[in-house]
Write a protein that binds this ligand. Structure first.
Ligand code: PMP
Length: 911
């Protein structure tokens, strides 16, 4: 098992799936400075070969000093040479002591305060520590307040003035013991409440339970949010709104003081459940947004108003990344707690730190909040060396950061419709791309806000050898976080790469932008796990999902063959068939069903239906392969999602075109009570039935032998039943191994005709009439399967077709593609992905439309087809002037549906 498969199987299945889809399934085997060495595809891990990739991800902001900085590596090496103890818990830890002192001093240089430092391992670890410390601080403050009020109460009782009214203040006139008693009740009530934590709109503070609550997780599935501490989000950032945001949470109490003359006076005090307010001075993961200085100042005021701790999360923006040790430094706002991680570990160690101002620190916290790996010598020494480097690099960060930002801003100015904004300071930059609006529904689905950044990342990697990824909670923003060592020449490369991508987006050259997806993927595909959440609201009743003044139906269609991708996405017309197939293979399971197009269709009786085409993102071949590989549940869910979309759009009828009915057990798996569901197959069978019946009626006895391929299928079995009474003999041909199931079909026909079964297509050679309706995604009937000299009529009902294109060229063969309907009048709606001549629809689509025209007609095609249903579908079509269109070889011939006319048409075209 190679690393890819092991990663997918044992480590991160969902990432592995996503990386394969986006062609980001690459491996790096070495890193130095700003460069990573990429393992070349198919390369031997032991060989020298590799590709140098400029890394702008920078360890998600943790490689401020590049990969494997020699000075930090040297520190690490010395740790091993000296055989430093890693695990010496329960002893004095000199490395931790030194790091803590240095961190306190580094922050003190800006704030003037001194700090006690709690070391941990990850950023989220530091956030959890801050939540916990703020909790204990908050509880102890309330406890101390309760003691103070109890003391006051004892004192007024001891002094015999319990009933004396307060002489001044808000409680003037009320007996002082009563005032204090009431205050004590409120304090006790507040102590029973859980503390409340505040964070900003779009905040990112990590993903563990408490940190995850503070993080604004809009793009994370709802059921991944674990309930954490009580929390409030600050959406509005204007100073007034921030300062007063939680005034309603405050509880007023009156304190009582007794003056020298023994007279009690009252005063106002406030209690608040708010324990801490968290902010990233520059929000990294939300797309690099600087929090304005006045908002930070307002947060300071808010925290003070509630007696809460102000926490600056400098995990990503601190350590000098933005040109000052604290990113909050230019604001002049001082917090009570500071958090560091990422660059603190110099890219080598997992380490984080919570700094709590001396005057707020609760010493017992440090006794009880411990971790096996905190305070270790190895991480502490590296972090201390990283602090040294951050001082050395400061000027360079400002210089190169400014250069990079200026160059990116120039690119943004050149392509204003592709790049929305360039933001950030120092080496914490973000380039926000505007969401493109491609012409085709398919590409609009591909370029959604979650994927855009990753598609850009693929282009940058494969064409420019530059590694980027989007910020975590704003994936249309590309993070640009190189190390302080980045060279000016690399700045040019970065600018050129962004220029290329922005130019492609601006020109709408999507085929080039995502060409890297056309490289065949290694390794197998796995479906995405189903998320059992209601994803869309259903409209109140049928037809209620929009402003439709006419009935609406939804038609679900999958792409039949990859080579028709251009018809779904004309933007990709330049791709070869192989490229289309490779890209569809990569993207399998990535896209949700999506709306492709809407058209109104009018019947001969002037009824109108709006049909919404919903693409079901798999091809016929993918559906067949997935069925073989036991991925039927995934196929079914994909179709059910598409049904759900159709219903949410107000469809009264949902038609399951192509393989969507095949994978849902002839539509039976679609269980709906308010709408009608059809596979549309009855009308397909009806078209073929009339054609064949007439052909058989005029054939001599020796010519009435029919070969039927796909007889165990939904359409094939009903066709066999319908035409058996009209033919002299019939051979049911199936794949090897299908004999038992074919025999069941044959048993039903023995009364009607002379029936036999065969598992070899050669059996068709003595059949003047051949009907084929398999689910195969590849042609099954080849020229050599058919009679060599005598005339043969081949009626191909399958989509994609069962008959090899070479058959159409045989002089003795008339090939009729069945299951096509001509719309009444002159109507030529275009349905992307369907490449029929203008005005012609697949019968299954036509049947869906027809059911929309008649609200009370039941679906004739739900589950197994019946001959009664087929005839009902034919009548339905006749009532509305929908006629079968027979595509004879490549010509289109349109015929009205009367037996006489049909008969003469047959003579003309086939006879
Ligand atoms: N806070 C901020 C500001 C961060 O950017 C991050 C990580 N992106 C974290 C906290 C969480 O850090 P970690 O991933 O190490 O838990």
């Amino acid at each position: 098992m190679n690393a890819d498969s092991a990663f997918a199987r044992y480590a991160r299945p969902e990432f592995a799936r996503l990386f394969r889809a986006l062609h980001l399934d690459v491996t790096y085997r070495a890193g130095q400075g700003d460069h990573l060495t990429r393992e070349l595809p198919g390369g031997d891990a032991g060989t020298e070969a590799g590709e140098q990739i400029l890394d702008l991800v920078g360890g998600a902001g943790s490689s401020l000093f590049g990969h494997n900085h020699p000075e930090l590596v040297e520190v690490a090496r010395r740790c091993f040479d000296e055989q430093l103890p890693f695990n010496a818990q329960g002893s004095i830890r000199p490395g931790a002591a030194e790091l803590a002192r240095r961190l306190s001093e580094a922050v003190e240089a800006t704030t003037g305060a001194s700090y006690v430092v709690t070391l941990g391992c990850t950023g989220a670890d530091a956030v959890e520590s801050a939540v916990k410390h703020a909790t204990v601080e908050h509880r102890r403050r309330l406890g101390a307040l309760q003691e103070e009020f109890e003391r006051s109460l004892r004192r007024v009782r001891r002094d015999g003035i319990a009933d004396a009214p307060c002489a001044s203040g808000p409680a003037a006139g009320s007996p002082c013991a009563e005032v204090l008693g009431e205050a004590l009740d409120r304090i006790a009530g507040m102590r029973r409440r859980d503390p409340v934590f505040v964070s900003l709109r779009d905040a990112f503070h990590g993903k563990t339970t408490a940190a995850g609550t503070l993080t604004h997780g809009g793009n994370v599935p709802e059921d991944l949010h674990v309930p954490g501490p009580q929390h409030r989000r600050l959406h509005a950032w204007t100073p007034h709104e921030v300062v007063t945001a939680f005034d309603a949470e405050r509880v007023l109490v009156h304190s009582v003081t007794v003056d020298a003359a023994g007279v009690p006076h009252s005063a106002v005090r406030y209690l608040s459940p708010v324990a801490a307010c968290f902010a990233e001075p520059i929000q990294g993961e939300s797309g690099v947004h600087e929090v304005p200085a006045e908002t930070l100042a307002a947060l300071r005021e808010l925290a003070d108003r509630h007696g809460a701790a102000l926490v600056f999360d400098e995990i990503q923006c601190g350590m000098g990344r933005t040109g000052t040790f604290l990113a909050s430094e230019p604001s002049g706002v001082v917090a009570d707690y500071y958090l560091f991680s990422k660059s603190l570990g110099g890219g080598l160690a997992k380490v984080s730190a919570l700094l709590v101002a001396d005057d707020r620190y609760v010493p017992e916290f440090g006794r009880h909040h411990t971790s096996t790996f905190a305070d270790d010598e190895f991480s502490s020494r590296i972090a201390t060396a990283a602090l040294d480097l951050s001082l050395v690099c400061r000027d360079r960060i400002v210089e190169v950061g400014t250069m990079l930002r200026d160059r990116l801003a120039q690119v943004a100015a050149r392509w204003p419709d592709a790049i929305a904004e360039v933001r950030g300071r120092g080496l914490l930059l973000g380039v926000e791309f505007s969401l493109p609006r491609p012409e085709s529904g398919l590409l609009r689905e591909v370029f959604d806000s979650e994927s855009l950044g990753y598609l850009i990342a693929g282009r940058m990697l494969h064409t420019h050898r530059i590694r980027v990824i989007p910020t975590l909670s704003a994936p249309t923003t590309i993070r640009v976080q190189p190390s302080a060592l980045i060279e000016p020449a690399d700045v040019d490369r970065v600018a050129a790469a962004f220029d290329d991508v922005a130019g492609l987006l601006s020109r709408g050259d999507y085929a080039t932008l995502i060409e890297h997806l056309t490289v065949p993927a290694d390794g197998g595909w796995q479906p995405r796990q189903h998320v059992p959440l209601p994803r869309r609201d259903r409209p109140a009743g049928p037809g209620a999902g929009g402003s439709a003044d006419v009935p609406r139906v939804a038609f679900l269609a999958n792409l039949d063959v990859p080579s028709k991708l251009w018809s779904m996405a004309p933007e990709l017309a330049g791709w070869s068939d192989e490229q289309c197939a490779a890209a569809l293979d990569r993207m399998q399971g990535e896209l949700d069903p999506f709306e492709v197009v809407r058209h109104r269709i009018t019947s001969e009786t002037r009824g109108i239906v709006e049909v919404v085409m919903v693409a079901v993102p798999f091809t016929a071949a993918q559906a067949n392969a997935a069925l073989r590989e036991g991925q039927g549940p995934w196929l079914r869910r994909t179709v059910l999602d598409a049904v759900e979309l159709g219903v949410s759009l107000g469809a009264e009828v949902v038609g399951l075109g192509g393989h969507t009915s095949i994978v849902t057990n002839a539509a039976r798996d679609v269980v709906e009570s308010d709408i009608r569901v059809t596979s549309g197959n009855s009308l397909t069978a009806a078209c073929a039935y009339d054609l064949l019946r007439l052909k058989l009626a005029e054939s001599g006895p020796g010519e009435r032998r029919v070969g039927l391929v796909g007889g165990i299928g939904n359409i094939g079995s009903v066709m066999a039943e319908l035409i058996a009474p009209h033919c002299a003999s019939m051979v049911l041909v199936g794949r090897p191994g299908s004999a038992r199931r074919l025999a069941t079909v044959a048993d039903r026909l023995t009364e009607l005709t002379d029936v036999s079964i065969a598992d070899d297509l050669e059996a068709l050679r003595d059949c003047p009439i051949v009907v084929s309706a398999t689910n195969s995604s590849e042609p099954v009937i080849m020229p050599h399967h058919l009679a060599g000299d005598e005339k043969v009529l081949v009626c191909d009902l399958a989509v994609p077709g069962d008959v090899h294109p070479a058959v159409a060229g045989l002089p003795n063969v008339t090939l009729v593609s069945g299951g096509r309907i001509q719309l009444p009048g002159v109507q030529t709606p275009h349905f992307p992905g369907i490449t029929l001549p203008p005005g012609i629809l697949y019968s299954c689509l036509a049947e869906t439309v027809l059911l929309g025209l008649e609200p009370t007609t039941p679906s004739p095609s739900y589950g197994g087809l019946t001959s009664g249903g087929v005839l009902a579908a034919r009548d339905l079509a006749m009532r509305h002037g929908f006629h079968p269109a027979r595509i004879v070889s490549d010509d289109i011939s349109v015929r009205p549906w009367t037996v006489d006319q049909f008969s003469s048409a047959l003579e003309e075209n086939i006879g």
